[in-house]
Every structure is written in structure tokens, then in C-alpha cells.
Ligand binder design. Structure first.
Ligand SMILES: Nc1ncnc2c1ncn2[C@@H]1O[C@H](COP(=O)(O)OP(=O)(O)OP(=O)(O)O)[C@@H](O)[C@H]1O
Ligand SMILES: Nc1ncnc2c1ncn2[C@@H]1O[C@H](COP(=O)(O)OP(=O)(O)OP(=O)(O)O)[C@@H](O)[C@H]1O
Ligand SMILES: [Mg+2]
Ligand SMILES: [Mg+2]
Lengths: 259, 259
């Protein structure tokens, strides 16, 4: 099983879009894929037509057993999506209460790792969608994953947010003694504007090898796909955006050891 | 003094862009304008070339006097910007620690109101930029303002975030017994895509009179302006985006009583 976390503390940079795009392409290649929504806002859950405010079974349930994950519970929380081969473990807005509930409780950083250990032979790939903030959910996500993908818009204001994310990452890696790989993914790249070109250059100069050599272009089809509740590759497999995510997948598959 | 808060719990919807666009147009019309950054990520502060990680004087200082705001302190925290007539009270990343520091301390919801009372005759307009999350800073911002502007992207996933923001707003209004007006501002509208058109229709159907009758179009000049650290109207006063914000200002000036 390969486990990839998609995270950035800045909002609106393309995290959920990256999860559904990569997940959809992997499923179309015959892989068994699970996408998990760890964002209390539940964009990934809404994307596939569920309501995070009223959903009964969600990733929230994993945290209600004093740090243990009962056998069989993860399977109960999983549902199919509009994309064959792609399953979802949805989020509930109740996740927003976790921070307060977990103050002072030990061992709550490994819940997602324990969950995925129980699903080890059922999925080839697991993609974790995160909220734009640092907390117990993000810690769980980074602890559970082998590869971190950090989408960042190619614009000036987003670069500051990237510094913050990298700072957080190095703190978490030191405290967990893990060797989590990370790849910075330039998104919403618009080669017509100076701002986009300049920002991309700055990102590459600052973060060197950790930046993907290409960029995901601006593509209006992503919004169309989210309105229809289908993964972008099912809407149109040859648009610029989807083709870029297919190229990204090639890079990621070279990087990640077999899991 | 007219006090407008710009807020939405969803990230990346155009809050900071709305603050600098409206602020810039008001300053070009000869008004004395203050923009305040209440976002620990400090996008508005970075926009004007300051570093929220290292800045010494910021909105954070307002909260360090046990609920009082000493005479003369607000003026010390204000700095000029690249736009004549537009001043900034910057943010520090230390604002992120406020939530923990304020647990159990009473009367911390009126710090911004008290600050603006001390500046009452120095500015005609104050625009409050907020972070994409609910906490003591947002409560302060809503308590201090007369008009709330809620930018929302014209896309499916953003509509769910809008419901959450409206839910929060009605809770806060009830608890503060205020009659805060609110206007929903459709942003990043792209009339070429079905998704944008459909989302705009849904937003108008659901929120009726509280939605501005027009929309801010997608315009690449906003990114260019933020890279250069100038307000959009100083970069190019006739682009689609700036013209739309000028129209928005006309609507807002009709709505807001003299302050
Ligand atoms: N390459 C792209 N081109 C055009 N639009 C894009 C692209 N990637 C994402 N978007 C759009 O940008 C918006 C934000 O994307 P998305 O929801 O994936 O970001 P996010 O980081 O998950 O946001 P949040 O922090 O709220 O979870 C969506 O409307 C999405 O359709
Ligand atoms: N109408 C528009 N057309 C095109 N791009 C836009 C428009 N409005 C905002 N943007 C761009 O979208 C990005 C996000 O905007 P902005 O930073 O203002 O959002 P925000 O809601 O303040 O984000 P945060 O939640 O991180 O504070 C920026 O790159 C900005 O330049
Ligand atoms: Mg998301
Ligand atoms: Mg902002």
C-alpha cells in the first residue's frame, strides 16, 4: 500500500483537486484506490455528493475509541464513489471538535496509521485530503504517510504560506523521527501572466529539488468536474489539467518505494 | 467612520484581494482609509512588503493589555503603504497563539471595537481582513464592524463553505444582539464555464437579496498587483476586476449609513 498525504496550511491551493485528480487516474489504470477526507469542511465528501454536516459514518468515528481502532470499523466507514475503483472514507463536520476533545489525551497521533494497517491488503493507494490548518488531524496524516504532496499556487501570496508549511513539516519530521519525502507541486499555473512565471521561478530557486519540474496549469474543467461530482479524468481525459496530473503520477511512481 | 469586515471561513476565496481592491479605490477617491490584518498568516501584511514572522509592532499588541487598549497604542502600530491615503495595521504570526492565551479570559471580544473608537476621527473607512477560521479574532472583527462582506467563489465546493459562514454569522449576531448587515460577494466568476454560471444561480436562489447583483470576474491582474505590492487600481484602473470593485463600492455606499 502506498500512502500519500496532500497538505498545505494555506487554503484554496488545490489540495482536494489534487486528491481527486490523482485518485481518478490511478483508478482508471486499474489500481484499488481509497481517498480519505480529514478536513472538517469536508470538500472531498461534498465533491462526491455527501453532506458533511449530516453524514452518520465518517473518519470522525475512528477517533472515538480511546486511541484504538476496532477491527472491522474502517470498512464500515467506506463508501463507493462515481468513479469505479475509487472508494471514499468521508469526513463529518464533527471533526472540528477533535482539537478540543484531544487536549491532554496521549497516543492520538497514530489513529490513521492504525486504520490503514487494518486495510493494508485491500487498497493499492491511499490519498489523504487535509484541511488548511495544523492540528491533530494533520499530525495523524503526516504520521501515516510515506510521501507528502504540497500544492502551492504560482502566485506571490502563496509563497509565504509555503514557508510556513515547510517549517511545520520539518518540526513534525524531527518529532516523529520519520523520513517523510515531500514534493512541492506548483498549481494553477498561468503562463500568460508575469506573476505566475515569476512566482514559479522563486519557488524553484528557494526549494530546488523538492519542486516538481513541471506545473499544473489553470484549467476551468476542474470546476466543471466538481460541480458534476465526477473525477476530472472521467469528465475529459485529455484536458491540460488531467494530462499534467498524469505526468505528475509518473514522477511520484518513480519516487515511491513499493509499499 | 465606516467599518467593513471581509470574512469567510473558506480559504482562498478573495478576502485579501477584496480588502486591497476596495481600499485602493476609496483612497483614490480621496478618502482616509485604514486596512487591518487580523489573519495570523498575514497575507495583507506580506502584500505590502512586510514579514509577519518578524514584524515587531502589529495587531497582536492590541491584545496584550488585559482587555484595555491604551491611548496612543493604535497609532504606533500603523504604517503607510505604497498607496497614498491607504494605511495598514499589520499582522504578526504571533496572532496564532491568541486562541490558547485567551481561554477563560473575559471581555476579549471588544478589543478591535475599542481600538477603532480611539481612531474614530482619523479615518473615513476601515477594512478588516480576516483569516479563514472562526475564533477570537473573527468574533472581534464581527463585533467591531457595521457591514460584513462575504466573498464566495462561484464554484460548487465553495457553496458549502458559505452555508457554514452564514450559520456562524447568525450565531454571532444573536449572541452580540447586533444588526450586522451582510452582503455575499460572488468572486472569480468565469462566464465561459457552466460550473461558474450554475454556481452563481444556486447562490442567488439560496441567499436572495443578500447577494450582490453582479460578480467580480476572473482577472489575472490581481495576481500581478500582489506580486508588485500595489493595489489593483494603481496597477491598472480599467481592468474588468477593478471596474467591478468600483461598482461594488457604489452598492456598499448606498447601503451603509453614515458612520
Ligand atoms: N489547476 C487548476 N486550474 C483551475 N482551477 C483549479 C485548479 N486547481 C484547483 N482549482 C479550483 O480552485 C478551487 C480550490 O481548489 P481546491 O478546493 O482543490 O483547493 P483546496 O486546497 O483543497 O482548498 P481548501 O483549503 O478549502 O480545502 C476549486 O474551485 C478548484 O476547482
Ligand atoms: N477575481 C479574481 N480573479 C483572479 N484571481 C483572483 C481574483 N480574486 C482573487 N484572486 C487570486 O486568488 C488568490 C486568493 O485570493 P486571496 O488571497 O485574496 O484570498 P483569501 O480569501 O484572502 O485567502 P486566505 O483564506 O488564504 O486569506 C490570490 O492569488 C488572488 O490573486
Ligand atoms: Mg480541500
Ligand atoms: Mg486572505
Amino acid at each position: 500500500m502506498r500512502i500519500w498525504a496532500i497538505a498545505n496550511q494555506k487554503g484554496g491551493v488545490g489540495k482536494t483537486t489534487t486528491v481527486v485528480s490523482l485518485g481518478g487516474v490511478l483508478a482508471s489504470q486499474g489500481k484499488r484506490v481509497l481517498v480519505m477526507d480529514l478536513d472538517p469542511h469536508g470538500s472531498l465528501t461534498s465533491y462526491f455528493g455527501h453532506d458533511p454536516d449530516t453524514i452518520e459514518q465518517s473518519t470522525f468515528d475512528l477517533f472515538m475509541h480511546k486511541g484504538r481502532v476496532p477491527d472491522g470499523l474502517p470498512e464500515q466507514l467506506i463508501t463507493a464513489t462515481s468513479c469505479p475503483g475509487l472508494d471514499l472514507m468521508p469526513a463529518s463536520t464533527a471533526l472540528a471538535t477533535l482539537e478540543r476533545r484531544m487536549v491532554g489525551v496521549d497516543g492520538m497521533g497514530l489513529i490513521i496509521s492504525k486504520t490503514l494497517a487494518l486495510l493494508w491488503d485491500q487498497y493499492d493507494f491511499v490519498l489523504l485530503d487535509n484541511s488548511p490548518s495544523l492540528g491533530v488531524l494533520m499530525i495523524n496524516s503526516l504520521a501515516a504517510s510515506q510521501q507528502l504532496i504540497v500544492p502551492v499556487q504560482t502566485e506571490f501570496l502563496a509563497i509565504k504560506g509555503l514557508e510556513r508549511m515547510m517549517h511545520t513539516l520539518s518540526m513534525v519530521i524531527r518529532s516523529q523521527k520519520s523520513n517523510l519525502q515531500h514534493l512541492i507541486l506548483p498549481t494553477m499555473f498561468d503562463r500568460r501572466t508575469q506573476a505566475s512565471l515569476q512566482s514559479l521561478r522563486t519557488i524553484k530557486q528557494t526549494w530546488g529539488d523538492h519542486v516538481w519540474k513541471f506545473a499544473i496549469p489553470v484549467d476551468t474543467k476542474f470546476r466543471d468536474a466538481s460541480t458534476k461530482g465526477v473525477v476530472p479524468s472521467d469528465l475529459d481525459a485529455v484536458t491540460h489539467g488531467v494530462r499534467a496530473y498524469k505526468k505528475l503520477l509518473e514522477t511520484l511512481l518513480e519516487k515511491t518505494p513499493n509499499g
